[in-house]
Ligand binder design. Structure first.
Ligand SMILES: *Cc1c(COP(=O)(O)O)cnc(C)c1O
Length: 366
């Protein structure tokens, strides 16, 4: 069986160090608001070249907190992409706001900046691009639009650890939220996330809201009604060990992705070499006209391939109240019918990649 991601193989590489870090937390019996969370958050801010980071309980809570801490809430509209994981939009609702969808761009699969301006109304307060698969959205154009219309720009970077933009690693332009869900490029051993920001007010406010609306050292003064959205110390300990290896693991992901590019048939839709060299390579995504049949063939041959994502959010039953229908956002709908993620993780072997490619080459209609 070749799995999409093999977390056991990753654990084998860091077993001693990670066991020691977890044991330190248990021995200290400090499970929340401790040194591990503080030092991981500082380390991750530095990794992203940003001023501040604060650990959260998940990527989803990080997005909703980032919105609230930026002053977005009930009555506000947030422009986002329909071609993402449901959590992006759940977080908009959790923050009390309403999503407005703008179609994806054919080339990047991210929100199409050319279509954003016409979706802005007096209720629009923020743009929330998602850097899907680790491809950074068209941030230069989005920043220009956000500035012109006085909107917040909050990045869903849940898939974009270590991706470059304009030659800079993981740049956070204003405020970004990250997920450390176990299967992500940097994953915890449970749920965790982070808000990374260059805005000190957003940092202060998010830090307060995620800990029951209190500031550090003020145990029973609750300045606002907040949440329990804290990162826990065991997750921070695991993440601290993994952060030290993140760049070398991303290098291995890139090497494997380049190998896929070499051994896959020329007519199959695949990422460009330039894209691979600039992304954290969370997933390796191809396109195939007979995608569903291809997934079935791979499964028959013990290869796990996964679709990120088969149904665009504007067509999800849970969001029927928004009133979208089939055909409204055609690029997102086409992408959803053709994309396929192949097994990719630092410890995969060239032999395994060769086996997957052989099956894809035999069964895909490009
Ligand atoms: C994983 C993911 C999230 C949610 O992160 P969790 O840590 O699982 O809450 C949000 N947005 C995108 C694009 C994701 O891939």
């Amino acid at each position: 069986m070749i799995k999409l991601v093999d977390l056991k193989a990753e654990y084998e590489e860091i077993k001693e160090e990670v066991n020691k870090a977890i044991t330190e937390v248990i021995e200290s019996s400090r499970f929340l608001n401790g040194e591990k969370t503080k030092s991981f958050s500082a380390g991750f801010a530095a990794y992203c070249g940003a001023k501040h980071a604060v650990g959260t309980s998940s990527g989803t809570s990080a997005i909703s907190l980032a919105l609230n801490a930026s002053g977005i809430g009930p009555g506000d509209d947030v422009i986002t992409t329909p071609f993402t994981f449901i959590a992006t939009v759940e977080a908009i609702y959790d923050a009390g706001a309403t999503p407005v969808f703008v179609d994806a761009d054919k080339e990047t699969a991210n929100i199409d900046p050319k279509l954003v301006e016409r979706a802005i109304t007096k209720n629009t307060k923020a743009i929330l691009p998602v850097h899907l698969y680790g491809r950074i959205s068209g941030m230069d154009e989005l920043m220009e639009i956000a500035e012109k219309h006085n909107l917040s720009l909050i990045e869903d970077s849940a898939q974009a650890h270590g991706s470059d933009y304009n030659g800079k690693k993981s740049p956070v332009l204003e405020t970004a939220s990250y997920s450390f869900y176990p299967g992500k490029t940097l994953g915890a051993y449970g749920d965790a996330g982070a808000i990374v920001t260059n805005n000190s007010d957003v940092f202060e406010k998010a830090s307060m809201l995620l800990d029951h609306g209190r500031r550090q050292g003020e145990k029973y003064t609750h300045r606002e009604l907040g949440h329990n959205f804290r990162m826990d110390e065991i997750q921070a300990a695991v993440l601290g060990v993994k952060l030290r290896r993140l760049d070398s693991w991303i290098e291995r992901r890139r090497r494997h992705a380049l190998h896929y590019n070499k051994v896959l048939r020329a007519d199959i839709g695949k990422p460009s070499e330039k894209a691979i060299r600039s992304q954290g390579m969370y997933v390796y995504v191809i396109t195939a006209k007979n995608r569903d049949a291809l997934v079935a063939k791979l499964k028959e041959n013990n290869v796990e391939a996964v679709v990120h994502y088969p149904v665009p959010l504007h067509l999800q039953p849970a969001l029927a109240e928004l009133g979208y229908k089939k055909g409204d956002l055609p690029e997102a709908e086409r992408l959803a019918s053709e994309v396929l993620s192949l097994p990719l993780y630092p410890q995969i072997s060239e032999g395994q990649i060769g086996r997957v490619a052989e099956l894809v080459n035999k069964h895909a209609n490009g």
